[in-house]
Design a protein around this ligand. Structure first.
Ligand code: MYA
Ligand code: UBL
Length: 324
């Protein structure tokens, strides 16, 4: 197919050329053809069509026959689609500059994704959100799919606290920055704490709400990791309530370890706000423990194994052997 002209291969026209690989040797004097490495367009088409045909057969076969391949395609599309949506969101958000109101735009753009994936998100307890005051939302963090539940209930003027690495996630990072997402460097505790302290100041003055994943990282083991205390210090410093939100386990439709991703249901439960008025930094450990305990109780209550019960969470030694 590809017509190449390797002139002089096998001959040794000069002493210096003799030291070169014959394949690298090209000398116009010995090469009458002026068209080396020439590929005509017509010659490429059959190869291209065969490749496309193979892909067109292979991808659906993998999709239907291999749950793992399906998992990878779905996750790749999820990330790719968010990156694409972010490209659309950036110019719209850029009009306002970095502004928490831009979060509304991101929220609207992401709301449809649950339909693409056949995930039914059921919200309960939305009336618990305090109507018009700053507060700190804390929620469990299972996967990047949490964005679906998060966008379903995200209150106005509410920004998430995210790991700094997300800032470099291409268009999504820029969109997050424009929407006022607060980035922290988890490797530098001191810096992260001072960012959180600044947030405590602006929470009141700029009337914003903050969404924190107190586990500090994704966790899909059927329980909740011990909570980091930043969110609770933040609420106590600003003397604002904490609104706990629990997303039920994704186990019935999503499991990273098993490479399984089907359609399913998820419940997002907003719990009553926990006041922090009058609390001091000394109260933070107990506050964090109390909130985690109540969230874990609800998590176990609303999580199912896809067969209609929450039993998998209660099996001795099973994934749900939570550290209460
Ligand atoms: C269209 C495009 C759309 C794009 C998508 C848009 C949506 C994007 C959504 C993005 C979602 C992205 C989601 C994500 O990215 S999740 C990952 C990032 N988020 C978090 O990590 C949040 C949770 N982490 C914390 O709160 C941690 O505590 C921090 C990070 C602050 C420090 O953690 P670290 O592990 O380094 O230290 P430590 O917790 O052991 O603490 C050490 C000590 O310091 C004390 N301490 C802590 N804090 C404070 C404080 N403020 N004032 C005073 N003291 C404080 C603390 O009590 C402890 O002392 P002691 O108790 O042991 O004596
Ligand atoms: C040109 C650079 C291209 C970079 C491409 C990066 C691909 C990223 C693609 C899409 C971004 C989707 C944004 C989803 C946001 C979900 C946030 C999330 O779940 O982050 C994880 C973080 O909470 C905890 O991280 P770890 O569990 O500690 O790890």
């Amino acid at each position: 197919m590809v017509r190449t002209s390797i002139c002089g291969a096998g001959v040794n026209p000069s002493p210096s050329a003799g030291r070169l690989s014959p394949l690298l040797f090209r000398n116009q004097a010995h090469c009458p053809s002026p068209r080396p490495l020439q590929v005509t367009r017509m010659e490429l088409w059959p190869g291209l069509w065969t490749l496309l045909l193979l892909l067109a057969l292979l991808l659906p076969t993998l999709w239907f026959c291999s749950p793992s391949a399906k998992y990878f395609f779905k996750m790749a599309f999820y990330n790719g689609w968010i990156l694409f949506l972010a490209v659309l969101a950036i110019p719209v958000c850029a009009v306002r500059g970095r502004n928490v109101e831009n979060m509304k735009i991101l929220r609207l753009m992401l709301l449809h994704i649950k339909y693409l994936y056949g995930i039914r998100v059921e919200v309960r307890g939305a009336h618990h959100f305090p109507p018009s005051q700053p507060y700190v939302v804390v929620s469990n963090h299972q996967s990047s799919l949490d964005l679906l539940g998060m966008m379903e209930v995200l209150p106005g003027r509410c920004v998430p606290i995210a790991k700094r690495e997300l800032l470099w996630a291409g268009s999504a990072g820029l969109a997050c920055w424009l929407a006022g997402v607060i980035f922290i460097d988890r490797k530098r505790t001191g810096d992260a704490i001072s960012v959180m302290s600044e947030v405590a100041q602006t929470l009141i003055t700029q009337d914003v709400r903050v969404w924190v994943f107190p586990e500090g990282t994704r966790n899909h083991n059927g329980s909740m990791l011990p909570f980091k205390r930043g969110a609770f210090h933040l609420a106590v410093q600003a003397q604002v309530p904490i609104v706990p939100i629990v997303m039920s386990s994704y186990q019935d439709f999503y499991c990273k370890k098993e490479r399984r991703f089907t359609s399913g249901r998820c419940q997002v439960r907003v719990l009553p706000p926990v006041p922090t008025e009058g609390l001091t930094p000394d109260d933070v450990p107990a506050l964090a423990d109390t909130v985690r305990h109540s969230m874990l109780t609800v998590f176990r209550e609303i999580s199912t194994d896809g067969r209609g019960g929450g039993d998998y969470l209660k099996k001795p030694g099973g994934v749900g052997e939570a550290q209460l």
